[in-house]
Design a protein around this ligand. Sequence first.
Ligand code: PLP
Length: 358
Amino acid sequence: METISLARGIPAPECIPVEELADCARAVVEQDGVRVLSYGPVGGYQPLREWIAQRHGVAASRVLVTNGSLQGLVFLAERFAGQRVLVEVPTYDRPLKLLAARGIDVGSVAMDEEGLELESLEDALRAGDKPAFLYTIPTFQNPSGRTLTLARRRELVKLAREHDLLVLEDDPYGLVRYEGEPLPSLFELDGGEHVAYSSSFSKTVAPGLRVGYFVLPEALERELEALAVSTYITPVLLGQATVFEFLRRGNFDANLERIRPLLGARRDAMLAALQHELPSASWSRPDGGYFVWLELPGAVDADDLLQRASAAGVTFVPGQDFGGGPNTARLAFSYVSVDEIGEGVRRLAAVAAEPVAA
Ligand SMILES: Cc1ncc(COP(=O)(O)O)c(C=O)c1O
């Protein structure tokens, strides 16, 4: 029996535009090979940097294009090593680990269905040293799939101003929306003064290109560039130039239009399967992104459930990895097929219903 992975938060194979990217990579090597195959500016491939700057209405000097956005988070963690950073809980597990590994005191901000709770943020601001920044994923959050409401976005930006708090808005999923109207980003609402922004081409083009980016206050951009120089000398210009060629040809929006229904059908299959198989549980209903957050009824322990689920041929990530409660789980619908989602949730429901040995 093949294991069905509801753990992998990566795009389904058919979402990756292989042919177009092959063509773009060949074109950039042929046309600009000496530049893209050499060392280059650590801030990023200049045409891409400018495209990003224009998209966000800032000077190119505020844009840092990194080898995946996770690499930029590493630089930020290094820059603020030993200080205090606030995160919403649950949150993406990798930043949690890499912040902790650099001696950062990670303070928690509670969330509900509408995203991070502002009262909890105010409590956290009062409870300790001034944080270096707040890390938040307001749109189709990893792991919960939740989206911060417009009213709370406005409130958060106001609070950031009042407290002179730097907010890092991590937004790799915002464009991967299946329904509903897009919300303004925190960065847009704020005008880019107290909010820094990061995104990535991992979910909109392909993760293996390793092209992510940050829009930062100018001084911080320069500091992170210095860390990048001492880490990898030059970013992967071939990946960045390939992304730029993809954008230049107008493939970006067309690709988003192509992948939205592919992923939206998976989201629909996940919600329908949960309704059918696990009606006593509760779960988030995201309008986009890759994930559903599952809360199991009663005293179910997701770590224990995972062991039994793996034996039954389905995997997921227990919510505790993201700072969630013991009865929570992250289910990714992005990678497997619609049929596999149905079968995976059936297998999960079957083991969840089994009596647990004392
Ligand atoms: C919220 C969030 N931020 C950052 C990343 C990392 O993206 P990248 O591939 O650009 O490093 C991910 C990947 O899953 C993510 O979910």
